[in-house]
Design a protein around this ligand. Structure first.
Ligand SMILES: Cc1cc2nc3c(=O)[nH]c(=O)nc-3n(C[C@H](O)[C@H](O)[C@H](O)COP(=O)(O)OP(=O)(O)OC[C@H]3O[C@@H](n4cnc5c(N)ncnc54)[C@H](O)[C@@H]3O)c2cc1C
Ligand code: SF4
Length: 333
C-alpha cells in the first residue's frame, strides 16, 4: 500500500500570502494544485517535502478573461468552456485525451504545465527503486537511463497542454518575491529532468495568456500513447500555421515527450514559411522533426520507435491543419 508521508498543509488565501509562506520554509516546500501529480510522487517517496502549500483557495488563480486563463482552473473547467474551445479548437481533443475524466476534475492548468518529468526507472515505489539502485533524480549518484550522467537527468516531459499553448504563442505569468513577470512559454522550459524550467521555487504560475491573433491560427495536437485511456504521451507533436490560401504564412512546431522539455522547433518551422503545404512539404517537415528528436529509454516504448512516430505524428498534424481527414484513435472523441 502506498501511504502519504506526513506534512504540514498550509492554505493561503492570496498569492502574496502563499509566496510569503513559501519563503518561511527555506525551500523545503511544494505548492499544491489538484495534487494528481505531486501527491502520487509523495506516495512513491519521490522528493517529498515537509510543507505543502495549497493554492486551491486563491480566487485570483481561478479567473478566465478571454484568452487569459488562471493557473488554478481545472482541466474539466476548460473542457466545459465552449467559448474557449471554439476560439482554440486544438484544446478540445487535447483535453479529451488527457489522463481521465476524474483526474481532469481535480488537475489544474498550472499543475499540468509543471507536471514532473517521468522515467521508468524513477516512477515506481521506493521499495522497487531501492532494489534497483536509486538514481540522480532521487537519492542516487547517477542517471541509470543515460549511464554515467552525474549532472543531468533525462526523464521525459509528459504534460499535454504546454505544447499546444506553445504553438498558439502563449505567455506564462509568474508571481514571486520580486513581483510579477511574464515570458513566452517557449522560453519557460530548460533542459534537465530535475530543474525542468526557469521558475524560481517560490514563484507561482498565475496564468497562461493566449494572444488575440492566436484565434486565427490552425492548430493540431497529435498524441501517441500505449492505451487509449489515461496514459501519458509516449511522444506528441503540436503544430500551428497561419495560411494564405495553401501557402504557409506562419508555422510553429513542437515535439513533445521525447526529451525533458517540450522541444520548440523554431529553426525547422522557419525553413518552410512561404512554401505550399503540399505532400512534399509535409514529408520534408516530418523528416526534419524525425531527425531532430532523440528520445532516450525513459518511457515504456523503445526510443527508435518513438522517434519514428514523431514523423508519423508530424504528418498527421500538418494534414489536419491542411484540412485532410486524419486517423484519430477511437477513444479520442
Ligand atoms: C493515472 C494518471 C494519468 C495521467 N495522465 C496524464 C496525461 O495523459 N497527460 C498529462 O498531461 N498529465 C497526466 N497526468 C498528470 C496530472 O494528473 C496532470 O498533469 C494534472 O494536470 C496535474 O495538475 P495538478 O493540479 O493535479 O498538479 P499538482 O500535482 O498539484 O502539481 C504538479 C506540480 O505543479 C506545481 N504547481 C501546481 N500548481 C502550481 C502553481 N499555480 N504555481 C506553481 N506551481 C504549481 C506543484 O508544486 C507540482 O510541482 C496523469 C496523472 C495520473 C495519476
Ligand atoms: S533519467 Fe536518469 S536521473 Fe532521471 S529519473 Fe531516469 S534514471 Fe533517474
Amino acid at each position: 500500500m502506498m501511504i502519504l508521508p506526513e506534512f504540514d498543509l498550509l492554505r493561503p488565501r492570496s498569492v502574496d500570502e502563499a509566496v510569503a509562506a513559501a519563503r518561511r520554509t527555506s525551500g523545503a516546500f511544494d505548492y499544491l494544485g489538484g495534487g494528481t501529480d505531486l501527491l502520487c510522487n509523495y506516495k512513491w517517496g519521490i522528493n517529498a517535502n515537509p510543507t505543502v502549500i495549497s493554492l486551491r483557495h486563491i480566487g485570483e488563480l481561478n479567473e478566465r478573461q478571454g484568452g487569459s486563463l488562471g493557473g488554478g482552473l481545472t482541466l474539466a473547467e476548460l473542457e466545459a468552456d465552449e467559448d474557449f474551445l471554439h476560439d482554440f479548437p486544438a484544446f478540445r481533443r487535447t483535453l479529451a485525451r488527457l489522463a481521465s475524466p476524474l483526474i481532469r476534475q481535480t488537475g489544474t492548468l498550472a499543475g499540468n504545465i509543471l507536471v514532473d518529468t517521468r522515467c521508468i526507472w524513477l516512477n515506481q515505489s521506493a521499495f522497487a527503486r531501492r532494489a534497483l539502485g536509486n538514481c540522480l533524480k532521487a537519492d542516487g549518484p547517477e542517471c541509470r537511463v543515460v549511464k554515467g550522467s552525474t549532472d543531468r537527468c533525462y526523464a521525459n516531459y509528459s504534460g499535454d497542454m504546454a505544447p499546444v499553448f506553445m504553438v498558439y504563442g502563449a505567455e506564462i505569468r509568474l508571481a514571486g518575491p520580486d513581483g510579477e513577470r511574464t515570458l513566452p512559454l517557449t522560453e519557460f522550459f530548460s533542459l534537465d529532468g530535475r530543474t525542468r524550467n526557469v521558475k524560481a521555487p517560490e514563484e507561482i504560475v498565475v496564468a497562461l495568456d493566449l494572444p488575440g491573433d492566436a484565434r486565427t491560427l490552425r492548430a493540431s495536437y497529435q498524441k501517441f500513447r500505449v492505451r487509449e485511456a489515461w496514459d501519458f504521451p509516449e511522444l506528441a507533436v503540436a503544430a500551428s500555421a497561419r495560411m494564405d490560401g495553401d501557402r504557409i504564412e506562419e508555422l510553429s512546431l513542437v515535439a513533445s515527450a521525447v526529451a525533458s522539455i517540450p522541444l520548440w522547433m523554431d529553426e525547422i518551422a522557419a525553413k518552410y514559411v512561404g512554401r505550399t503545404l503540399d505532400d512534399e512539404t509535409i514529408d520534408a517537415v516530418a523528416g526534419d522533426m524525425f531527425k531532430a528528436s532523440r528520445p532516450v529509454r525513459a518511457t515504456l516504448l523503445p526510443p527508435g520507435y518513438r522517434k519514428h512516430m514523431v514523423r508519423v505524428m508530424t504528418t498527421r498534424a500538418l494534414r489536419e491543419i491542411r484540412g485532410d481527414a486524419v486517423p484519430v484513435p477511437a477513444a479520442a472523441m
